[in-house]
Design a protein around this ligand. Structure first.
Ligand code: IPE
Ligand code: IPE
Ligand code: MG
Length: 224
């Protein structure tokens, strides 16, 4: 059975779900939060140590202003309501991506990270304003500025995911088979599951099924 320490998820399909059932993309984002809570619970139950959730990409700034504002309000509400509970559950929150939001949200994110920084049960990496190409370029810039030797180990020290093991498993919901600029370096050897269901319809049963399948895969890493 393959070990599983880190699951990464591209939570896609909220907008389509919202349009289909509530005639509003934003309602889909709201519904998606329930899935986030279910998946966090199951991740803890499975004793997985890292969960990385793609919540907002650098390309998502291209969306209409009203949707962007809605998403960040939703996040702000969710975090300010739930951070106490996450902390009690011994969950550490870590933001990957560039924290360039409203002063209020920046503060809330910093506060939430600081408050939970000593927690050990599960680390949730929330990818917000995250883009993998930017991350890799930025790491190279820092590497060369500091005059470090260019090698794999040194480069990973400058990635936003430093100190986090690479995900063994990537799940993308929402029936699209692409990476959308997510963890391009870190997913080099991940097992990838593309799930037809839209994110708000995805649940712990679907998640467990994928984990079971993942555990049985023969992982070669170039060997035979
Ligand atoms: C993913 O769902 C959530 C974010 C990008 C914030 P989408 O909003 O991309 O949903 P679809 O793909 O349009 O259905
Ligand atoms: C990827 O979904 C980003 C997140 C889930 C946050 P998108 O819906 O933005 O991806 P594309 O644009 O369809 O590739
Ligand atoms: Mg999408």
């Amino acid at each position: 059975m393959n070990p599983l320490n880190h699951v990464a998820i591209i939570m896609d399909g909220n907008g389509r779900w919202g349009l289909k059932y509530k005639n509003s993309r934003n309602e889909g984002h709201k519904a998606g939060l329930n899935t986030v809570e279910k998946i966090i619970k199951e991740t803890i139950r499975q004793k997985i140590k890292y969960l990385t959730l793609y919540a907002f990409s650098t390309e998502n700034w291209n969306r209409p202003k009203n949707e962007i504002n809605f998403l960040f309000d939703l996040l702000e509400n969710f975090l300010s309501k739930k951070i106490e509970e996450l902390n009690k559950q011994n969950i550490k929150l870590n933001i990957v991506g560039v924290k360039k939001f409203s002063t209020k949200l920046n503060k809330l994110l910093n506060h939430s990270e600081k408050k939970t920084s000593k927690n050990t049960r599960l680390q949730i990496n929330l990818a917000l304003n995250y883009g993998s190409k930017f991350e890799i370029l930025d790491a190279f810039k820092k590497l060369s500025k500091n005059g470090d030797k260019i090698n794999e180990k040194n480069l990973t020290r400058y990635l936003q995911t430093k100190n986090i093991p690479d995900p063994e498993l990537l799940i993308r919901t929402g029936d699209k088979k692409r990476l959308s600029n997510f963890l391009l370096w870190q997913l080099a050897y991940a097992e990838i599951f593309f799930e037809k269901k839209l994110w708000p319809d995805f649940d712990e049963k679907d998640y467990i099924k994928i984990i079971k399948k993942y555990k049985k895969i023969k992982r070669n890493f170039g060997n035979i």
